[in-house]
Design a protein around this ligand. Structure first.
Ligand code: SIN
Length: 352
C-alpha cells in the first residue's frame, strides 16, 4: 500500500513537472537597442547627464527576474545607442530579425529602445512586420542607475504584453508608464516626464496593470500583415528629410540643398493645418516640378489633420492626414519604395 502511494506520488510529479518548468510558457525574444532604459550615471538622483545605451541585454534581463514567470525569455543585442542616432540600417536589421523570429516559434517580441525616436521605429515596424504576433517597444525616462528608475516595471509590463494572446493582431505597440499605445498614434510629448508617451489624436489602446493587459480600443488603420510594404532584402531606404515652416521663413536654400544631397521627398512641419510660408512654397513647387520631389505637408502643432485642397492639391502637395512630421517621414520613405506619383502617395497617406 505504502509502495503504491509513493509510486502514485512519483507519477503525479512527473506529469506536473513540465508545467512547473515553464514548458507551456510563451516564448518572448527581447531585442535591445540601447536608450535610457540601458543608461547609466554615477549619481542615483541624476535623471539628466547620463549615458544612454550602456547596459547589455543580459543585464536588463537579470535586473527583472520576475519576467521569467511570464515567458521563456531570450535576448539579443541589436545595437547599443542613444536613439537620437537611429539609422535606416538598424531599422532594416530589426525588421528582418523580427520577421525571422516570428516566422519561427517565438510568440512575441519586445524591443528595448531609447524614447527619443521610439515612435519612428515603432511606426516603421508597424508597416513592415509581417506577422500578427505581438511586437512591443519599451524604454524608460530615467536611467537604470536612478532611484525610482521606471525601466524595470516598464520592461515587466512589456514582456507581459508581448506574451499575451490578447495582444495578437493589434499591430506594433509602445508600452510605457502602464499605457498601451498603437505605434501609429504614439508620440513623445514631454522631455522629462515618465508619462511622456501619449496618443494625441486617438488616445491609448489600453493599459497594462501589474503585468495584465486591458484593451479598450483597436488600431483603426491597416498595419503589419495588412500593408503593401515589404522591405525584405532591401539594403537602403529612399531618403526623406524634414523642414519646418516658420515666420520669415528662410529655409528655401535648405530645401534645395537637401534635394541636391539626395532627398527624394520632403516633409514640411507646417504651421497650423500644414501651412507653408510663401518664401518656402516657391522653392517647394520648383522642386516638385523639376526634380519630382514628393512634398508631404504635416503640422508642427502636435495633433490634428492636414488636408490639401484647391491649387495646392492640383500642384501635387500631399497631406499627411494626422501623422506628425516624423511619422509622415516614415510613411513617405515607404511610399517611395512603391511610387513617386503624388496622387498615389496621397492615397497611401489616406489609407495608413
Ligand atoms: C534615447 O532616446 O536613447 C535617450 C533618451 C531616452 O531613452 O529617454
Amino acid at each position: 500500500m505504502k509502495k503504491f502511494f509513493y509510486l502514485s506520488l512519483a507519477a503525479l510529479f512527473l506529469l506536473a513537472a513540465p508545467l512547473c518548468w515553464g514548458k507551456d510558457l510563451p516564448k518572448v525574444a527581447i531585442l535591445a537597442t540601447g536608450g535610457t532604459i540601458a543608461g547609466s550615471v554615477e549619481s542615483g538622483v541624476a535623471t539628466t547627464g547620463y549615458t544612454a545605451g550602456v547596459l547589455t541585454v543580459e543585464t536588463l534581463i537579470k535586473a527583472v527576474p520576475e519576467i521569467q514567470s511570464l515567458a521563456v525569455i531570450s535576448g539579443r543585442q541589436v545595437c547599443n545607442i542613444d536613439s537620437s542616432n537611429m539609422t535606416d540600417d538598424i531599422w532594416l536589421e530589426l525588421a528582418s530579425t523580427i520577421n525571422d523570429l516570428l516566422a519561427r516559434d517565438i510568440d512575441g517580441v519586445v524591443i528595448t529602445h531609447g524614447t527619443d525616436t521610439m515612435e519612428e521605429t515603432a511606426y516603421f515596424l508597424n508597416m513592415v512586420v509581417k506577422s500578427d504576433k505581438p511586437v512591443v517597444l519599451v524604454g524608460a525616462m530615467r536611467p537604470a542607475t536612478a532611484i525610482s528608475a521606471d525601466g524595470p516595471k516598464n520592461l515587466y509590463n512589456a514582456v507581459a504584453l508581448a506574451a499575451s494572446p490578447e495582444a495578437k493582431g493589434k499591430g506594433v505597440m509602445i508600452s510605457m508608464d502602464d499605457a498601451i499605445l498603437s505605434a501609429r498614434d504614439a508620440a513623445k510629448t514631454n522631455t522629462m516626464k515618465t508619462s511622456t508617451f501619449k496618443a494625441p489624436n486617438s488616445g491609448s489602446l489600453g493599459a497594462v496593470i501589474d503585468g495584465v493587459p486591458y484593451f479598450y480600443a483597436l488600431p483603426a488603420k491597416p498595419h503589419t500583415t495588412a500593408t503593401e510594404f515589404d522591405v525584405k532584402g532591401m539594403k537602403t531606404l529612399p531618403k526623406v528629410d524634414i523642414l519646418y515652416s516658420y515666420s520669415n521663413d528662410g529655409s528655401a536654400p535648405a530645401a534645395e540643398a537637401l534635394v541636391k544631397a539626395g532627398a527624394k521627398g520632403l516633409v514640411i512641419a507646417g504651421s497650423g493645418a500644414g501651412s507653408v510660408h510663401r518664401n518656402q512654397k516657391e522653392a517647394l513647387l520648383n522642386l516638385m516640378k523639376n526634380n519630382k520631389t514628393a512634398v508631404v505637408r504635416s503640422s508642427r502643432t502636435g495633433s490634428g489633420l492636414v488636408l490639401i485642397e484647391g491649387d495646392d492639391k492640383k500642384n501635387g502637395f500631399i497631406g499627411a492626414d494626422n501623422l506628425n512630421p516624423q511619422k509622415a517621414r516614415v510613411l513617405l520613405m515607404l511610399a517611395l519604395t512603391k511610387t513617386d506619383d503624388p496622387k498615389k502617395i496621397q492615397e497611401i497617406f489616406n489609407k495608413y
